[in-house]
Design a protein around this ligand. Structure first.
Ligand SMILES: C[S@@+](CC[C@H](N)C(=O)[O-])C[C@H]1O[C@@H](n2cnc3c(N)ncnc32)[C@H](O)[C@@H]1O
Length: 462
């Protein structure tokens, strides 16, 4: 279930980089004697256990000065060199936070004698994220929401390149944040991908009220751990009792056998985010889902195809409209993006809307609380016929969504067998997974419909 695909063996920034484990130890950190860096079949480099490691063991400890972070408040008080960086960072939208830390990474990459050079030089030289895909392979993804995100990032990089060039022109070498090196959209893309695929969001400094600020950091050596949804290691943050500074640790969550890889969970991420930020997709990813637009006409068509007579999606009654507004599917600034798949199977808001719009009895629907309506495991809250109609409508919608893909899974698999490489393979794997999500939703709902119908038959017979 955890099989995944990514470009396998990226070379590192320099061919013989310094020993990262030695560097961590020299800087006062800890690396368990059994932890080694090794090539991991399809995941690039990774950490492995050279011998049995008991559960609870500390595998890596980094001291406070070792993570690479973008600390603008510290930088602002420094010299003009960093004020250029702070100014550039302020122009990066929050959602592209990886670019902000990426600027700091580019600075360290260019700096002669950088403290982080042993770390930076061990980074991959290339990344398999889709901003680097040829146009043909972006099309090969066959999935508009992801293509939209990729285009947004590419457009940002091209615009930001101009912004960076403008701020650097006429700067003296002493004030140049990148040591006089040229920075273009491809080096910016390298830095953004290095960060998005390796940074972890951890607690940073404390606010005045004592709460901690959540900030992204690059964690040398720890970021050699590959991902699994069933990890055997975990990151914990602790205060160093000696000087009250933060320690970042990796601890074994289970007993680890010799030759097992050390795996962390990067989070409950769908394949869109895994591909966009990390450059890989996970097969049968339990968090993968497909995004649809809530659209009354389309839903009418789907429910009629499912055998529902005169559905009211495109012309809801005022009481239905009111519930749609509560679900933020109508009103002034509605969020019309709904998802199928993932742990919920049908997004709660969407399921509630289907149940309400297909309800025959206004009073029952209005008296049912929203949480019950949103939950797939609340048993037919508006009656069996309503539940079956809602599920059948989603199944018909799934058929429509599947037809939108230009190829079928069998054709995709045949293409993979012929031997697609690199980005083409990733794009095909991605779209196979999206179609599989839809098929899994249909299977799940079809089982639920059968169960409901059989229960109703039994009740009728009794
Ligand atoms: C934090 S780094 C881990 C170390 C990395 N493998 C390296 O060679 O430096 C994250 C990257 O490792 C690869 N990776 C991690 N987990 C993976 C997985 N489950 N399947 C495929 N690739 C994975 C991806 O290229 C991802 O961008």
């Amino acid at each position: 279930a955890s099989a995944s695909a990514s470009a396998s063996y990226p070379t590192r920034l320099v061919s013989q980089p310094p020993d990262l484990i030695k560097w961590v130890r020299r800087e006062g950190g800890l690396v368990h004697q059994a932890v080694k860096i090794a090539q991991d079949e399809s995941r690039g480099l990774g950490l492995v256990a050279a011998e049995e490691i008991p559960k609870g063991s500390e595998l890596i400890i980094l001291r406070d000065h070792m993570p690479l972070r973008f600390n603008s408040t510290e930088l602002e008080h420094e010299d003009g060199l960093d004020s250029v960086l702070v100014n550039l960072a302020s122009q990066i939208p929050e959602e592209l936070w990886a670019m902000k830390l990426g600027l700091k990474l580019l600075q360290e990459r260019a700096k002669v004698g950088s403290f982080w050079w042993p770390y930076v030089s061990n980074l991959p030289e290339t990344y398999s994220v889709p901003i680097f895909f040829p146009g043909e392979d972006i099309k090969n993804l066959q999935y508009a929401p992801l293509v939209h995100q990729i285009n947004k990032r590419c457009r940002f990089l091209l615009d930001f390149e101009q912004e960076v060039k403008r701020s650097l022109e006429n700067l003296k070498l002493d004030n140049h944040p990148f040591g006089g090196q040229e920075v273009d959209s491809s080096s910016l893309g390298w830095a953004m991908s290095a960060v998005s695929s390796r940074a972890f969001r951890l607690y940073g400094n404390k606010r005045t009220d004592g709460t901690r600020i959540d900030i992204p950091m690059m964690l040398p050596l720890i970021d050699m751990c590959n991902h699994s949804f069933n990890p055997n290691a975990q990151i914990v943050q602790e205060q160093d009792t000696g000087n009250a500074k933060m320690l970042v640790k990796v601890v074994a969550e289970t007993a680890i056998k010799p030759y097992d890889p050390l795996l962390l969970s990067y989070g409950c991420l769908n394949n869109d985010l895994l591909l966009l930020d990390y450059g890989f997709v996970v097969h049968s990813n339990p968090y993968d889902c497909i995004e649809l637009k809530y659209d009354g006409d389309l839903l009418d068509a789907a429910s009629m195809a499912a055998g529902v007579s005169s559905p009211s999606f495109s012309a809801p009654a005022p009481w239905q409209q009111q519930i749609l507004s509560q679900l933020n599917l109508a009103g002034e600034a509605p969020d019309l993006k709904v998802t199928l798949g993932g742990p919920e199977t049908v997004e709660g808001r969407f399921l509630a809307a289907l149940r309400v719009l297909l309800a025959s009895n206004a009073e029952t629907a209005q008296n049912c609380d929203l949480d019950t309506l949103k939950c797939i495991s609340s048993e037919a809250p508006l009656g069996v016929a309503n539940e079956v109609a809602a599920f059948r409508t989603v199944m018909a919608l799934c058929v429509i969504a599947l037809r939108h893909f230009p190829t079928k899974i069998m054709e995709d698999e045949a293409l993979l067998k012929q031997g697609a490489s690199g980005s083409t393979e990733l794009a095909i794997q991605f779209r196979i997974q999206k179609k599989s999500v839809i098929i899994d939703v249909m299977r799940d709902l079809s089982k639920r419909v059968k169960l409901l119908e059989s229960k109703e038959k039994i009740t009728a017979e009794v």
